[in-house]
Design a protein around this ligand. Structure first.
Ligand code: BTN
Length: 234
């Protein structure tokens, strides 16, 4: 495991290490990122020391159409670790978010997952708010210690998360089934935005397909989406 007080991006660093032959299972953790990467080319920012910022290098024996399972497994492992260590279980919002809340209080983002492939390597990173949410977040955000009502030890959470991820990576089919059955987006009314500033539509999420796409029942029929942003509607 490599730890940095500050780095541009743990995902960027580990992708470079992967190209240089770093072994599967290499983990990078940082207190602060100056150029943290988010989904769809966005940035991920968090005050120094406020979050769990980590990346893991995997070389999964998965066909390209199943690589989304790496993101799903990390989200599941993170949710399991929160439940075990902090006593709160975030919901999994398709495709990569850990959220907390209900239709009355509204949903708040606890963390997000970003997997980046340089085949055969896949670097999967997690950013999770631990002590406080980022003040300038584009999302309504929350931190794990706020939800738990006490401080949460990052190293304990990380150990649990890595053990869970290793177990899920032993059986991708089981990970797929678990994700598809526990994804909180399924059954919800959703607002879907395609790409970065793309077309939007609403509908009811029906399922997560085996290739990771979300099937949404719309007025115009069922649509399966991959690179999209989803908002859970009340
Ligand atoms: C998202 O919700 O858009 C995904 C955010 C993923 C952020 C994490 S922080 C650790 C790792 N390194 C990065 O540069 N990004 C991921």
């Amino acid at each position: 495991m490599r730890r940095f007080a500050e780095i541009d991006s743990t995902n960027r660093y580990l992708l470079d290490q992967a190209r240089a032959g770093a072994p599967e299972g290499t983990v990078v953790v940082a207190d602060h990122q100056t150029a943290g990467r988010g989904r769809l080319g966005r940035t991920w920012t968090a005050p120094a020391g406020s979050s769990l910022l980590m990346s893991v290098l995997l070389r999964p024996a998965l066909p390209p159409a199943r690589l989304h399972l790496v993101t799903a497994a990390m989200a599941l492992a993170a949710a399991d670790a929160c439940a075990a260590v902090a006593g709160v279980r975030p919901a999994l919002k398709w495709p990569n978010d850990l959220v907390f809340g209900d239709p009355v209080t509204g949903e708040r983002k606890l963390g997000g997952v970003l997997a980046e492939a340089q085949l055969p390597s896949v670097v999967v990173g997690l950013g999770m708010n631990l002590t406080r949410p980022p003040p300038d977040s584009r999302y309504r955000a929350v931190a794990l210690s706020q939800l738990a009502g006490r401080s949460v030890e990052a190293s304990v959470l990380l150990d649990r998360l890595l053990a869970g991820l290793a177990a899920l990576a032993e059986d991708w089919e089981a990970a797929s089934s678990r994700y598809r059955h526990s994804c909180a987006t399924v059954g919800r009314r959703v607002l879907v935005t395609l790409g970065l500033d793309g077309e939007s539509f609403t509908g009811t999420a029906l399922s997560v397909e085996g290739d990771g796409r979300l099937c949404v029942d719309t007025d115009g029929g069922v649509r399966a989406v991959s690179a999209a942003d989803v908002v859970h509607l009340r």
